[in-house]
Design a protein around this ligand. Structure first.
Ligand code: NAD
Ligand code: UDP
Length: 427
């Protein structure tokens, strides 16, 4: 099979993106985009022992993105005759930076097997740090970071953050918490326990070890905002007893705890208020809008817009978020910082955009559609915020951070990721 032509990824200014990250605040977090992609745009398995030597279709599709880095691919083999799978580890770990002991940090990532966590872990591992993932696998999965298992710099621990945990570390990224409305509403009391007790335990650990602590808070602390766009100084408009309250109030009290530990105990804290983020490895069935729309359109099912579709959101691509989190952790900014993309869409417009991009990718790959999927309207969930867009002036000023990825570019990559997974049968 001839090598596939590389796909160029252009940023908001039309410049090609070949690396993500930067060298800032004494912490170099720049890595090659192709190498990163080789970790998430990879087949889960090849079809059978006989096919193992040949390139499966999805590997060929991915090759357009990961020029020259296919040696980091899984060689696990599915045997259709016995419906069994032979799992293998990666034959070669991607090279990680060799840091002097003084530059190598011991980093704890709670929720590291989830969507955002796994991308953060990839970046920190490639940068040469020692990474420990703590996760109870409620919404995350071992497969998101399985390509690091066995690496001397990596450890994965099954643990619920509601229980205390002891480890020596220099930095704590505290992400553990379900993030999609169906997941966090599935067990509201547990979401509250995770938000409060989980954060209490991790702050206690930061206090004991003097590690720097970063919590991934959320734009949900602004609730259904009366101020638009939302600045960090806005106190929010949250219904404390509605179905979203377990998450919104959970994160609000987690922020209160964080600043309590800062004031009382001098813990060195960072608070990231993340706005809607999307990208590969998002659980395709977690009910969030980006994954719902892409999966529906790829399967030829109607796309479900809730309400009249006039509510707005702004969507940020995962690599921009990871850049922002790492910049915040290593900066001196201890006030809350919004991290999000200012490109705002109504959900109705967004459904059309996703449909257009899915069709573009399908046409490019010569896929025949039996029909154009319809956009259908369903009841609006209770307390669904009507407007949301970050004011990111603080991130720009304090972190010199701005999103680089266009929504279209990120969506196209995510569509290709889900499409290949679907063809492989792992989605
Ligand atoms: P996710 O559901 O994919 O990941 C959450 C991870 O935390 C999962 O691996 C899950 O198993 C783990 N977890 C949940 N409860 C736990 C517990 N009690 N103990 C240990 N592990 C636990 O969600 P995500 O999108 O990756 O979100 C990560 C973080 O970012 C969350 O704190 C979320 O609130 C925040 N955030 C995300 C977004 C977004 O758009 N993705 C927006 C705002 C904030
Ligand atoms: N939404 C939708 N269709 C879907 C899923 C979500 O119209 O299949 C809407 C949802 O009502 C909300 C927006 O899309 O207005 C974003 O929802 P999501 O669950 O992704 O995140 P939220 O920002 O609400 O936490």
């Amino acid at each position: 099979m001839p090598p596939a032509a590389p796909i160029k990824t252009l940023d908001k200014e039309g410049r090609e993106i070949t690396t993500v990250g930067f060298d800032r605040f004494g912490f170099d977090c720049e890595v090659s985009l192709d190498v990163l992609r080789s970790l998430y745009l990879r087949p889960h398995y090849v079809l059978s022992a006989n096919d193992a030597e040949n390139s499966p279709k999805e590997a060929t599709q991915h090759a357009q993105f990961i020029q020259g880095h296919s040696e980091y691919q899984s060689k696990s083999i599915y045997h259709p005759d016995t419906n069994s799978i032979s799992y293998t580890t990666l034959s070669l770990f991607p090279p990680v930076k060799l840091l002097p002991p003084s530059g190598r940090k011991r980093i704890l990532v709670t929720g590291g097997a989830g969507f955002v966590g796994s991308h953060l872990v990839d970046r920190l591992m490639l940068l040469g740090h020692e990474v420990t993932v703590l996760d109870n696998f409620f919404t995350g999965s071992k497969t998101t970071v399985s390509h690091w298992i066995g690496h001397p710099n990596f450890e994965m621990v099954r643990h619920d953050v509601v229980e205390p945990f002891m480890i020596e570390c220099d930095q704590i990224y505290h992400l553990a918490c379900p993030a999609s409305p169906p997941h966090y509403q599935f067990n509201a009391v547990k979401t509250l326990k995770t938000s409060f007790m989980g954060t209490l335990n991790m702050l206690g650990l930061a206090k004991r070890t003097k590690a720097r602590f970063l919590i991934t808070s959320t734009s949900e602390v602004y609730g259904d905002p009366e101020v638009h766009p939302q600045t960090e100084d806005y106190w929010g408009h949250v219904n404390p007893i509605g179905p979203r309250a377990c998450y919104d109030e959970g994160k609000r009290v987690a922020e209160t705890l964080t600043y309590g530990f800062q004031r009382q105990d001098g813990v060195d804290v960072r608070v990231a208020r993340i706005f809607n983020t999307y990208g590969p490895r998002m659980n395709p069935y977690d009910g969030r809008v980006v994954s719902n729309f892409i999966v529906q359109a790829l399967k030829g099912e109607d796309m479900t817009v809730y309400g009249d579709g006039k509510q707005t959101r702004s969507f940020q691509y995962i690599h921009d978020l990871v850049d922002g989190l790492i910049a915040l952790m290593n900066s001196d900014e201890s006030r809350p910082v919004n991290i999000g993309n200012g490109d705002e869409f109504t959900i109705g417009e967004f459904a059309e955009l996703v449909r257009e991009i899915v069709e573009k990718v399908q046409d490019g790959d010569g896929v025949k559609r039996s029909r154009r999927v319809d956009i259908v309207y369903e009841p609006m969930p209770t307390d669904d915020p009507q407007k949301r867009r970050p004011d990111t002036a603080r991130a720009k000023e304090s972190l010199q951070w701005q999103p680089r990825w266009t929504v279209k570019m990120g969506l196209e990559e995510m569509v290709r990721y889900y499409k290949a997974k679907m063809e492989e049968g792992s989605l």
